[in-house]
Design a protein around this ligand. Structure first.
Ligand SMILES: [Zn+2]
Length: 221
């Protein structure tokens, strides 16, 4: 079970996400700044890989004949359900972590080494943490990650780039223009847009907007 689910996840994430992103980008004669992966584009690349990872589970669910060929038909519903549960837990965990960073780095709460400030931060985090000691552990773990002016280390703050969720925002733009992922031609358009180029999150969303506008202006009413 675990192995099957992991294989599907890895295939979707690494194969349909990262590998295709590389191949489609490499074959498209894009300007240099869009064809090189960099720390600025990592958050988008992960968002794209995540999207295709989840798509693969959906696509397999809609394709019983493929499940049969893979000999996982009898257990697929359980695999799918587990993947869904893990996805929800990970989403929660990620939001919790991002909220933790925002609270941790909030200078308005006071001197980060002051015990009363630490207590205040723990209280704030405890309102949303699922496990009792997580907040204290998180705050203590980062005790020394501040500069002399009380600024949180930029490596930790940099994690907030994963809040950008460029694919989710791009998908909203497509559906707002009536472009649907479950119809053949439009799915191809969306897939190509998601996989072509290495973008910053803002650039990615903006590009999706341009593609969606161009496409919908082509359709006669
Ligand atoms: Zn990845």
């Amino acid at each position: 079970m675990f192995q099957d689910r992991e294989l599907i996840r890895i295939y979707g994430h690494e194969g349909m996400g990262h590998a295709l992103n590389n191949v489609v980008t490499g074959n498209n004669d894009l300007p240099y700044f869009l064809s090189e992966s960099s720390p600025l584009t990592t958050a988008t690349e992960e968002s794209v890989a995540q999207f295709f990872q989840e798509r693969l589970f959906e696509d397999l669910r809609n394709a019983p004949e493929v499940q049969r060929e893979l000999d996982i038909e009898h257990k697929f519903e359980r695999i799918y359900q587990e993947a869904e549960d893990i996805k929800k837990l990970k989403e929660f965990w990620l939001r919790q972590k991002h909220y933790g960073i925002v609270v941790l780095g909030n200078k308005r709460l006071g001197d980060p080494t002051d015990p009363s400030v630490i207590t205040k931060k723990i209280e704030l985090l405890n309102e949303v943490m699922l496990q009792g000691e997580t907040a204290r552990y998180f705050i203590e773990q980062h005790r020394h990650n501040f500069d002399s002016e009380g600024n949180l280390d930029r490596g930790v703050v940099g994690e907030l780039v994963y809040c950008a969720q460029p694919v989710a925002r791009a998908m909203k733009i497509f559906s707002g223009r009536g472009i649907k992922y479950d119809s053949g031609e439009e799915r191809t358009l969306i897939d190509r847009t998601l996989l072509r180029g290495f973008w910053t999150p803002e650039g990615f969303v903006d590009n999706a907007r341009v593609v969606a506008e161009n496409y919908s202006s082509r359709i006669p009413d």
